[in-house]
Design a protein around this ligand. Structure first.
Ligand code: PGA
Length: 250
């Protein structure tokens, strides 16, 4: 059966000392979280240290991005082998902020996903519509295109190692959360698409996370849905208490 997952996407927040403190707080409280894969994705500068701090705990290391190139003359980039070498397990890919501010296309995200799978890292592949698309009732079409193109050429064996995050862009950092019905409806839609392409076993086993203003006060009603297997948490992952509270909401 599929895993319940709660992943904290810190985005570009916390200095090194602040980050170390937050990771320690999360590790200290993580014992109370049962049957949930708890992932932190701090900024790159904190990752090697994070790996040491979480070593004897159940907390897993994620990152927020990686290069779409393997290695070499790509100034400022971080490769999948570097990430693997410090104990990274999960890589958030195709986040809407990467798509919007850094012009990431489904094609680039597809290249990154393939590099991750090749080396044994698990992509958390993000999809989601913007407000105008939902208003025009194009959200299913938009998400369908994203998952089709992001997963182009990925076979069933590799699909097993992917986590999907549905993040309606209008809900990210806005305080406006999707209703449990809106989340469930889209998660089911995504799962059915995976079922059509990869079969029932993989569709039933893949974890689909919800992201977008998920917090302690709404996590329980979101996670109660049969096709919502956890959350990708932005703002609320920056406070250990809130993050742990969310992870206890299943
Ligand atoms: P938020 O961000 O929880 O702050 O809305 C979620 C995300 O972007 O992953």
């Amino acid at each position: 059966m599929r895993k319940n997952i709660v992943a904290g996407n810190w985005k570009m927040n916390k200095t090194f000392p602040e980050g170390v403190e937050l990771i320690q707080q999360i590790v200290n409280q993580s014992d109370v979280v049962k049957n949930v894969e708890l992932i932190i994705a701090p900024p790159f500068i904190l990752t090697a240290e994070a790996s040491k701090i979480i070593k004897d705990s159940a907390v897993k290391l994620g990152v927020q991005n990686c290069s779409n190139y393997k290695e070499g003359a790509y100034t400022g980039e971080i490769s999948v082998s570097m990430l693997k070498s410090i104990g990274t397990e999960y890589v958030i890919l195709g986040h809407s902020e990467r798509r919007k501010y850094f012009k990431e296309t489904n094609e680039i995200i597809n290249e990154k996903i393939k590099l991750n799978l090749e080396i044994g890292l698990k992509p958390i592949a993000c999809c989601g519509e913007v407000f105008e698309e939902r208003e025009k009732e194009e959200h299913f079409q938009v998400v369908n295109k994203q998952i089709k193109e992001m997963f182009e050429g990925i076979d069933a064996d590799n699909m097993k190692n992917i986590v999907i995050a549905y993040e309606p862009v209008w809900a990210i950092g806005t305080g406006k959360t999707a209703t449990p019905e809106q989340a469930q409806e889209m998660h089911l839609f995504i799962r059915e698409k995976i079922r059509n392409s990869y079969g029932s076993q993989i569709a039933n086993d893949i974890s689909i996370l919800y992201g977008g203003s998920c917090k302690p006060s709404n996590a329980e009603e979101l996670f109660a849905n049969p096709d919502v297997d956890g959350g990708l948490i932005g703002g609320a992952s920056l406070k250990a208490d809130d993050f742990i509270e969310i992870a206890k909401s299943f």
